[in-house]
Structure formats: structure tokens, C-alpha cells
Design a binder for this molecule. Structure first.
Ligand SMILES: NC(=O)c1ccc[n+]([C@@H]2O[C@H](COP(=O)([O-])OP(=O)(O)OC[C@H]3O[C@@H](n4cnc5c(N)ncnc54)[C@H](O)[C@@H]3O)[C@@H](O)[C@H]2O)c1
Length: 276
């Protein structure tokens, strides 16, 4: 199988809807093993959702779980050190973490973004990817030929309603990915971005008008409906596996073609609306 003998560190499993859960699911279904990196400080209820999300994974496919606060480089270092105790080397590393001050983002947008909001969003959503890769590399865990992957969104490339500060953080994430790819490329370590369309997850639902954005993408993508977490997980599996060996520094969109739609030609003309 595609991931036989491979171990992937997957961050960002919050519940069964998380994109990270679906990525981990695809990896273990393809014969691989995962180490889950979850946000530190979760209460009992949240931890039980993490457990429930991976309860059907094959026995032995989860090597362990490490906690991490992605806003703290110290915590990232410690999480990677704990992961090394579970697996000395990694074939893949997944950054599926995003957060910002949603209250201000949702209510006010870019014109009211503060330096503190900006730094917080870029720290958790962009720098933590660099820090995870740095720490894994320093710990000697990234095998030659391994694959690093982070999750972005169209709002990092183009203006999407209400995405504001997160769009800036995603743009920084995508640029970080290109420079990581350049720094590690000669060792055959690849770094790519997967950019799914809007998905109903805790993070997705934090965006104002999320439902409307979803309907818009459903109506204007080329596929019958916008892809789900399952398709995002499969695309991630491709980027983590040897099938994508020749691909690095790229952004792969998993949005049913929405981004390539240059004209939304589904409106009636005034004549069609009221024929005289
Ligand atoms: N849902 C969407 O519509 C969508 C679309 C494209 C990209 N993405 C991106 O996919 C990634 C995963 O999001 P998701 O949609 O699966 O939602 P999710 O809410 O399930 O996952 C977000 C994860 O970020 C983690 N996180 C937030 N702050 C953290 C911190 N300080 N330390 C450690 N972990 C922290 C959460 O614990 C959670 O596991 C994010 O980068 C998100 O921006 C989401």
C-alpha cells in the first residue's frame, strides 16, 4: 500500500470534522502510521471528541499523541521532542492549524485589525509551520524524501469576504512554504500546500457568512458539489506519498475547480428576467 512503512506527524485533529482527521484517516487506510499533534490544554469534553474522531483507526496505527500550543516555539520544540520518542524519523509532517482573533475579524474586518491581532494570527497560522519544520529538521527527524504539507485557503491569494486577516496569514504561510521547499529541496524533502474550498469545520464556521460562501462555491465550482473533507484527505495523501515525488513548493487546490472559474455565467439577463 501507498503508505506502508511510513510515519506522518499530523497536527490539528480537533474532532471528526477536522481536515487533519481526514488526512490521518487516509494515511492509516493506506497502511501508514500517524502521530497526532493536538492543541494543548483541551478539557475532558474536547479530548473525548479527539478520541472519537480516531476511534475507528486500525489498531496500532496511531503511535501516540502529543500536545502543543502552536503560538509558542518552546511548546512546538517540546512536542517534536516527544514525537521523536514515538518515532525517530518522519516521512511526512502536516500542519493543519489556523486561528486568529475571530471576534474582531468577524465583526470588523481588516480596517480594525490591530498589531496584536496581526502578530497572533501570523504566529499561530503561519510561523508555527516554519517552526514545526525547523524543529523536526533540527531533531534529525525529516527523512530524505519526506513530505511537508500545510493547509491554506483561496483567501490567501484573492480577496474572499470576511477572510481578511486570515487571508494575510495564509499568504504568509504559502510564501513560507516556498522558501522551506527551496531550503530543503536538495535533500529531496518536499513542501507543499493543500488549499481546499470552504469546509464545515470548527475553523471554517468561525468565518462570518460561512454558509453563504459555501453555497456560492457549490453554485460556481465545476464539479457537482464542492469537495468535502474526504476529498481533501485524499489530495493530502497524494502530496504525502511518493506519487507526488516531483512536486514541491506548490499549492494544490481541492475546490472542484472554483478558483479557475473566471465568470459566473448563471444569471439571467434583464430581458430574460422580464420579457416584454
Ligand atoms: N474549513 C475550511 O473551510 C478550510 C478551508 C481551507 C483551509 N483550511 C485550513 O485547514 C486547517 C485546519 O482547519 P479545519 O478546517 O480542519 O478546522 P479545525 O477547527 O478542525 O482545525 C483547526 C485546528 O487548529 C488548531 N489550533 C488552533 N489554535 C491552535 C494553537 N494555538 N495551538 C495548537 N493548535 C491550534 C485547533 O486545535 C484545530 O485542531 C487550518 O489551517 C484552516 O485554516 C480550512
Amino acid at each position: 500500500m501507498l503508505m506502508n512503512g511510513k510515519t506522518v506527524l499530523v497536527s490539528g485533529v480537533l474532532n471528526k470534522y477536522s481536515i487533519a482527521t481526514h488526512i490521518a484517516n487516509q494515511v492509516v487506510d493506506a497502511g501508514g502510521k500517524v502521530i497526532l499533534q493536538i492543541q494543548g490544554g483541551m478539557d475532558h469534553k474536547k479530548l473525548s471528541r479527539v478520541d472519537a474522531a480516531v476511534k475507528d483507526f486500525p489498531d496500532g496505527s496511531v503511535l501516540g499523541r502529543v500536545e502543543c500550543d502552536a503560538s509558542s516555539p518552546e511548546s512546538i520544540r517540546s512536542a517534536i521532542a516527544q514525537a521523536k520518542e514515538m518515532a525517530p524519523e518522519l516521512d511526512g509532517l502536516v500542519h493543519s492549524i489556523g486561528a486568529c482573533n475571530t471576534e474582531r475579524l468577524v465583526k470588523h474586518g481588516i480596517m480594525y485589525t490591530t498589531l496584536e491581532d496581526f502578530q497572533g494570527a501570523l504566529n499561530v497560522s503561519s510561523f508555527s509551520y516554519i517552526a514545526m519544520v525547523q524543529e523536526a529538521e533540527k531533531a534529525g527527524m525529516l527523512k530524505d524524501g519526506s513530505s511537508c504539507l500545510a493547509l491554506s485557503y483561496l483567501g490567501g491569494e484573492k480577496v474572499v469576504p470576511h477572510y481578511d486577516l486570515m487571508g494575510i496569514a495564509k499568504a504568509a504561510l504559502e510564501a513560507s512554504n516556498r522558501y522551506l521547499a527551496a531550503a530543503l529541496g536538495r535533500r529531496g524533502i518536499r513542501c507543499n500546500i493543500l488549499s481546499p474550498g470552504p469546509l464545515k469545520t470548527a475553523a471554517g464556521k468561525g468565518i462570518n457568512d460561512f454558509e453563504k460562501i459555501g453555497w456560492h462555491v457549490d453554485a460556481n465550482c465545476f464539479s457537482p458539489n464542492r469537495p468535502t473533507q474526504v476529498e481533501a484527505g485524499k489530495a493530502a495523501l497524494f502530496l504525502l506519498s511518493d506519487l507526488s515525488m516531483g512536486i514541491t513548493a506548490e499549492v494544490l487546490y481541492c475546490d472542484g475547480g472554483y478558483r479557475q472559474n473566471g465568470m459566473h455565467f448563471n444569471h439571467k439577463t434583464p430581458q430574460e428576467e422580464s420579457p416584454s
